[in-house]
Design a protein around this ligand. Structure first.
Ligand code: CO
Length: 198
C-alpha cells in the first residue's frame, strides 16, 4: 500500500487510467506491445512545462528527454542516447527542442548565481550569453534581454542537435527527419516556433 505522502498521486493515477480505459478499452493493451512516437521532445525539467499536456499528446505519442534549461551537449551520453534511440530505433520524424520564457536555469546563468554543482551545467548558457553579448547588450530592458537569451539558448541547442553524429548520419541516409526549435510561454501556455530545419 502506498504511504500517505503519495496518496493523492495514486488516487489520481487510478482515476486517470480508469478514464482512458473507459474511452478506449484496448488503449493500454495496444501500447504495451509497442511505441511508435513521431516526435522526440527535448525540453526543460521545469514543472510548468509538461511536454505531453501542452502538446495534447497521449502516452505513446511523444518520446521525451528533459533536463535543466533544455541543453544538448556533445558529451552528454544521457541526452545522446535518447536522441540515438529515438532517431535510429523508434525512427521519429521530428526532433523538437523546446525552451521556455521565465526559465530559472537561464536566469541563474544570466545573473551568474551560485547554486552549486548545477553552475557547471549552466556554464553552457553563460557561453551563449558571451557569444551573443553584442546583441544582448543592446537590449536595455532586463526582462526582454532574458527572453532573448531563452530564445538564443533554444536556437543554439537545436544547432547542437543538428551537429550530432546521429542527426548527421540520418541526413546522409536521407531519412525523413526535421529539427525544430520551439519556445513556450509560461504566461499564456502558448508555443511558438523559432526555427525549423525544413
Ligand atoms: Co527552464
Amino acid at each position: 500500500m502506498p504511504g500517505p505522502e503519495l496518496k493523492d498521486l495514486f488516487e489520481n493515477n487510478k482515476k486517470w487510467a480508469g478514464e482512458i480505459t473507459k474511452r478506449d478499452p484496448t488503449f493500454f493493451k495496444r501500447l504495451s506491445h509497442l511505441q511508435s512516437p513521431k516526435y522526440l521532445w527535448i525540453g526543460c525539467s521545469d514543472s510548468r512545462v509538461p511536454a505531453n499536456q501542452i502538446t495534447g499528446l497521449l502516452p505513446g505519442e511523444l518520446f521525451v528527454h528533459r533536463n535543466v534549461a533544455n541543453i544538448v551537449v556533445h558529451t552528454d551520453l544521457n541526452c545522446l542516447s535518447v536522441l540515438q534511440f529515438a532517431v535510429e530505433i523508434l525512427e521519429v520524424r521530428h526532433v523538437i527542442i523546446c525552451g521556455h520564457y521565465g526559465c530559472g536555469g537561464v536566469e541563474a546563468a544570466f545573473h551568474s548565481k551560485k547554486l552549486g554543482l548545477i553552475d557547471n551545467w549552466l556554464r553552457h548558457i553563460q557561453d551563449i550569453r558571451t557569444k551573443y553579448s553584442h546583441e544582448l547588450n543592446q537590449i536595455k530592458d532586463e526582462t526582454a534581454c532574458l527572453k532573448r537569451l531563452c530564445e538564443l539558448n533554444v536556437l543554439e541547442q537545436a544547432q547542437n542537435v543538428c551537429q550530432t553524429t546521429i542527426v548527421q548520419d540520418a541526413r546522409n541516409k536521407k531519412k525523413a527527419l526535421s529539427v525544430h526549435a520551439l519556445i513556450y510561454d509560461i504566461h499564456d501556455g502558448l508555443l511558438k516556433q523559432l526555427w525549423s530545419s525544413k
